[in-house]
Design a binder for this molecule. Structure first.
Ligand code: AMP
Length: 465
C-alpha cells in the first residue's frame, strides 16, 4: 500500500523551506523589536482549555478539534489555536504576579483543525501570533495592530487591507443578539444547517456564513453600531482615531464577528489579494478580550492579540513572486576545478562560514562553465574558483557573478578578511541622516553623517565608485 500524508497536511521542501523560515524569522524579529518575548506552550492540552477558552458555541470547538482520550482516559486536544493555551500558561505560571504588565508574548507553531481542506485551508497549519495581556490603555491595542501591519509591510505586502469592527461590551452584544434573533426569525428556516445551529447557540456567528443565498439575507440584517453602549461606541471611536493618526489604513466591516467566542470590543482581520488576484481568506486576525484570563482562574485582565496563518502569508508572497533577494542568496559558491584540489577548496568553507557567509561547494566534477551556470542558477553572489594553478600559486580567483568581474587574490589575504572582498558596496547606512546618499562607508561621499561607524549606501555613489 502506498502511504501518503494525512489529508489537509503538507510537506515543505526545496525553496519553500527557505521562504517559510524567512517569513517566520521576520515575524519573530519584528515582534521582538516591539518588545514581545516568545512563549512556547505544548501542542497537547486538556480539551477543557479550548472548550472553556474558545467557547462551546464556536465552530472550532463544536466541529473542528482533534480530540481523543489518552491511555489514562484523559480527554486531550491537539491545539486548534494558541490564545487559550497562552492564557492558560500565563495564569498557571502566575506571570501577571511576577512580570510587569502588560505581559507581551509571541508564539509560533502548528495548530490542527478538522476543516474541509481547500485553497488556503489545511488541517495542520502554522500560526504566528502575539498576545498582550494586562492592557493598560487603548494604545496597547493599537500597538498590536501596528505590529501586525508592520510585519506584513516588511514582508513586502504593501496593499494590506485591515478590516475592523467592534463587538461592543457584553451588554451591547446581548442587545444585538436579541435584535439578530428577531430579524432572522422569519428567514432561518431557509438558511443553511450551520446558520440554523448558530441561531440557537450564537446568532452573531450567522454573520460569518459564506453561503451565497444566506449572504443575501444577512446583507440587510441589523448592524451592531445601533446597539453599542455609549462606552463601547466611544472606545471604538478612539481606536479608529489612533489608527488614523498613525496612517494605518482600515475599512470598517460591520459583519466582521470572528469565529472564536472570547472576543469583545475591537476585532480585526488582515486581508491581502495577491498580484495574481487570489484572495486566500484572512491572512491574519485578532481582537480584544476581557474574560479569558479570569475564565482560567486569573485576575480580571484585558488582553489583545492576533494570529497570522503562516501558510497563507507564504501563498500570497509566493504568488507575488517571492523576492529571493529578501531571503539572502548563497554568498559564495566554491568551485574546485578538478578532483585533486577538492580538499584544498573545501578548506574555504569553515573559514567563510565562521564569518557568517552562506556557502556551497560544487562537488559535481564538471567543467568550469557548467559549475558557473549552476552557481548563477542558485543566485550565488560570488564564485571562488580554485584549480591546480591557483593551489601552486597559493591564490584563488574571486568572480563576482552579478558583474562578471574577477580578480586573483592571495589565499592568505582572502581568508583573513573575506568581508573586505565580499561586502564592498553592500553596506547599508543606518545613520538616518541622508536619504539620498548611497555609497559604502569607505568612499569619499560628502554625506554629513557624523556617526563614526556609519555605512552609507546610496545608488548614485555606487555608480561613482
Ligand atoms: P483564527 O485562529 O481562526 O483567528 O485564524 C487566524 C489565522 O489563521 C487566519 O487569519 C488564517 O490566516 C489562519 N488559518 C485559520 N484557519 C486556517 C486553516 N484551516 N488553514 C490555514 N490557515 C488557517
Amino acid at each position: 500500500m502506498e502511504v501518503k500524508n494525512v489529508k489537509g497536511t503538507k510537506d515543505v521542501f526545496g525553496d519553500e523551506v527557505e521562504y517559510v523560515e524567512y517569513i517566520e524569522s521576520a515575524m519573530k524579529s519584528i515582534a521582538s523589536v516591539f518588545n514581545f518575548e516568545q512563549l512556547r506552550i505544548p501542542v497537547l492540552e486538556h480539551s477543557e482549555v479550548f472548550v472553556r477558552g474558545v467557547g462551546e458555541g464556536s465552530d472550532v470547538v463544536r466541529k473542528e478539534m482533534y480530540t481523543f482520550d489518552d491511555k489514562g482516559g484523559r480527554s486531550l486536544t491537539l491545539r486548534p489555536e494558541f490564545t487559550a493555551g497562552i492564557i492558560r500558561s500565563i495564569v498557571q505560571n502566575k506571570m501577571y504576579a511576577t512580570m510587569d504588565l502588560p505581559i507581551k508574548k509571541y508564539y509560533l507553531g502548528p495548530v490542527f483543525r478538522y476543516e474541509r481542506p481547500q485553497l488556503g485551508r489545511y488541517r495542520q497549519f502554522n500560526q504566528f501570533g502575539v498576545e498582550l495581556v494586562g492592557v493598560k490603555n487603548i494604545l496597547n491595542e493599537i500597538d498590536v495592530i501596528r505590529l501586525g501591519y508592520t510585519i506584513l509591510r516588511t514582508l513586502g505586502l504593501d496593499d494590506v487591507k485591515i478590516l475592523i469592527n467592534t463587538l461592543g461590551d457584553e451588554e451591547s452584544r446581548n442587545a444585538y443578539k436579541v435584535a439578530l434573533k428577531e430579524y432572522f426569525k422569519d428567514h432561518i428556516e431557509h438558511m443553511c444547517p450551520d446558520c440554523k445551529s448558530r441561531y440557537e447557540v450564537n446568532p452573531l456567528r450567522i454573520l460569518d456564513c459564506k453561503v451565497k443565498e444566506d449572504r443575501e439575507i444577512i446583507k440587510d440584517c441589523p448592524k451592531i453600531s445601533s446597539y453599542l453602549s455609549q462606552e463601547s461606541n466611544e472606545r471604538f471611536d478612539k481606536v479608529l482615531k489612533y489608527l488614523d493618526a498613525l496612517n494605518i489604513p482600515y475599512e470598517i466591516d460591520d459583519n466582521l464577528v470572528r469565529g472564536l467566542d472570547y472576543y469583545s470590543e475591537t476585532v480585526f482581520e488582515f486581508h491581502y489579494t495577491s498580484k495574481k488576484g487570489i484572495n486566500y481568506g484572512a491572512i491574519g486576525a485578532g481582537g480584544h478580550y476581557d474574560k479569558l484570563v479570569s475564565e482560567f482562574g486569573g485576575p480580571q485582565l484585558d488582553g489583545v492579540g492576533f494570529s497570522f496563518g503562516v501558510e497563507r502569508v507564504l501563498s500570497v508572497l509566493t504568488d507575488d513572486g517571492f523576492n529571493s533577494k529578501l531571503i539572502g542568496p548563497i554568498d559564495v559558491y566554491v568551485l574546485p576545478l578538478d578532483e585533486g584540489v577538492v580538499p584544498v577548496a573545501y578548506q574555504a568553507l569553515p573559514i567563510l562560514q565562521a564569518f557568517g557567509y552562506r556557502c556551497e561547494i560544487n562537488l559535481d566534477g564538471t567543467k568550469l562553465g557548467t559549475q558557473i551556470k549552476k552557481a548563477v542558477k542558485h543566485n550565488a553572489r560570488f564564485a571562488v574558483i580554485i584549480g591546480e594553478d591557483e593551489v601552486l600559486k597559493q591564490c584563488l580567483v574571486l568572480k563576482n557573478l552579478e558583474t562578471g568581474e574577477q580578480q586573483e587574490i592571495s589565499v592568505e589575504d582572502f581568508f583573513s578578511r573575506p568581508d573586505a572582498y565580499l561586502d564592498a558596496h553592500e553596506h547599508e547606512c543606518h545613520c538616518g541622516s541622508h536619504d539620498d546618499c548611497d555609497c559604502d562607508g569607505d568612499c569619499d561621499c560628502d554625506c554629513d553623517c557624523e556617526e563614526d561607524d556609519h555605512h552609507c549606501c546610496c545608488h548614485h555613489h555606487k555608480e561613482e565608485n
